[in-house]
Design a protein around this ligand. Structure first.
Ligand code: UDX
Length: 478
């Protein structure tokens, strides 16, 4: 049951509605914790975080509550029949929106009747339909959360809003398989130099990139005219021109108040898988900056040839490694025997887990590099910990993130000689680049750059840091 506000007290009750996918759950919960931490009058802010759980019955709209953090943060368990399916199918994704739509209004009305009325919805840009509709209908303000970079949002804005890049040009570049390595743009304000293959696409998971782009564009247009504000998990000093162009071009206030870094454990964990803590004990025994952490996030799938090339490259590099071999990561392979094979070939240099406590791993002094698919959360978590990145992007914003990591912030390497067509990389190249990252001179330079960027990111929350100032403005605006 929700708590009741003291009579006369002006309260803010934020209802946070995540998209039920790991890369969207983590940043939303971290942002909620950030709000609670920096709110001047903690007692007057309540945050309710909606937790989806897999339900068998699609007609089940019951929900239950759990309180945490002095009752200021509460979690509502909300049934979601398709949760066992990954959100990487368009059908499941749209199912999740229908599920939110059918329960959200009901839940808000429950709060209004029995507890502290909801005053603000905090929801992902991708759930604009239906959450903005519900907010408008009930007269509640909605803050839209964008969980990727400012460059990604700027690119969306250029296509959806400003018509600076046409959808046809973008689709032509994405679909031109034989022109993947050709230049797409090198002087669009706020964006890095991009090749055709760097444009966000979904070809590896859904064969309908255009539908996704159109959906994202529509959602963004609605946010930009109807949301109360938009928050992004980035900071001004990281993406100065993208942030400033967005602020000028957006019709609603835009708050670049990142990074949202908070280790989510116990009460506030949003991990959809069990984290294997044993890897921290293993890291404790390794020398400083000696370990390559390998993880491809929660949705990327490797083909068997990609996995084999990676395995050879990692083993032949002779470096220490911690590898997240998520069940289902590799297509068409027996998970258990793949883990055993990695360990048996590692000569005690490697450790394999199904799922790691990633933030704790990246903040560990033994970790010297991160071989990553460059999802935005992994990128942010690596930068915030000063860990250089070896980029192996697959889909969505990952190529764009990799361009910034390599060319703009200079905190990572990418693979130059990919075999065209199938995102295959020669194992020999993998081996050489890993060595260079962990023990080479160039790797040392990246580590130094990464350390400087880490310092910048932590200064954002100093007393006059850019993120803290904007967060304070946002809280006042709420
Ligand atoms: C997806 C898209 O792939 C990504 O491009 C987009 O930016 C966000 O949505 P995902 O693939 O899951 O995200 O990658 P990422 O954004 O890196 O998020 C993964 C999250 O899972 C991170 O917060 C990371 O810390 C966590 N994680 C990952 C773990 O806690 N343990 C692991 O073993 C691996």
């Amino acid at each position: 049951m929700a708590t009741t506000a003291t009579e006369g007290e002006r309260h803010v009750h934020v209802l946070a509605v995540p998209l039920p996918a790991q890369g969207h759950l983590n940043p939303l919960m971290r942002f909620c914790k950030l709000l609670l931490k920096h709110h001047q009058n903690r007692g007057s802010l309540r945050v309710t975080f909606l937790d989806f759980y897999a339900a068998n019955d699609s007609a089940d709209h019951s929900f239950s509550f759990e309180f945490h953090d002095d009752r200021l943060l509460q979690r509502v368990r909300f049934p979601f029949p398709s949760l066992s399916q990954p959100l990487t199918s368009l059908g499941t994704f749209f199912d999740s929106l229908v599920c939110i739509e059918s329960g959200l209004e009901h839940l808000i009305q429950f709060f209004n009747r029995h507890g502290v009325p909801v005053t603000c919805l905090l929801t992902d840009v991708l759930t604009t339909f239906p959450t903005q509709d519900v907010a408008d209908k009930l007269g509640i303000s909605r803050i839209a959360v964008f969980t990727s970079s400012a460059a990604r949002l700027l690119l969306i804005n250029y296509v959806a809003q400003k018509d600076i890049l046409s959808m046809e040009t973008v689709m032509d570049a994405i679909n031109s398989k034989e022109r993947r390595d050709e230049l797409f743009c090198d002087s669009v304000p706020g964006l890095p130099r991009l090749l055709n293959k760097d444009l966000p696409h979904y070809n590896y998971i859904i064969d309908d990139t255009r539908t996704v782009w159109e959906f994202v564009n529509r959602s963004w247009k609605a946010c930009n005219s109807r949301a109360h504000a938009v928050v992004i998990n980035t900071f001004e000093e990281l993406e100065p021109s993208a942030c400033s162009l967005l602020s000028q071009d957006c019709d609603v206030p835009l708050y670049d108040v990142g990074f949202w870094i908070e280790i989510l454990s116990g009460d506030t964990s949003t991990s959809m898988r069990e984290e294997d803590e044993r890897c921290i004990g293993w890291l404790d025994q390794q020398p400083t900056s000696s370990v390559l952490y390998i993880s491809f996030g929660s949705t990327t799938i490797l083909s068997k040839p990609q996995f084999e090339a990676l395995l050879h490259g990692v083993i032949n590099s002779q470096q220490r490694f911690l590898w997240v071999l998520r069940p289902g990561l590799v297509d068409d392979i027996d998970h258990c025997s793949a883990s055993k094979e990695i360990i048996s070939r590692s000569e005690n240099r490697g450790f394999v887990v199904d799922w790691a406590p990633q933030l704790r791993v990246l903040s560990h002094s033994s970790v010297g590099g991160f071989l990553s698919h460059c999802g935005w959360n992994s990128t942010v978590e690596s930068i915030a910990n000063g860990v250089p990145i070896l980029c192996w992007p697959y889909f969505a914003d990952q190529h764009l993130n990799a361009r910034c990591i390599v060319d703009v912030w200079r905190v990572g390497f990418d693979f130059k000689h990919s075999v065209k067509g199938d995102y295959l990389i020669e194992s020999h190249e993998i081996e050489t680049v890993i060595r260079s990252l962990i023990e080479g001179k160039e790797g040392g330079i990246l580590r130094k750059n990464a350390y400087e960027l880490k310092q910048k990111s932590s200064r954002c929350f100093d007393s006059s840091g850019s993120s803290l100032l904007k967060l304070t403005a946002l809280i006042n605006d709420m």
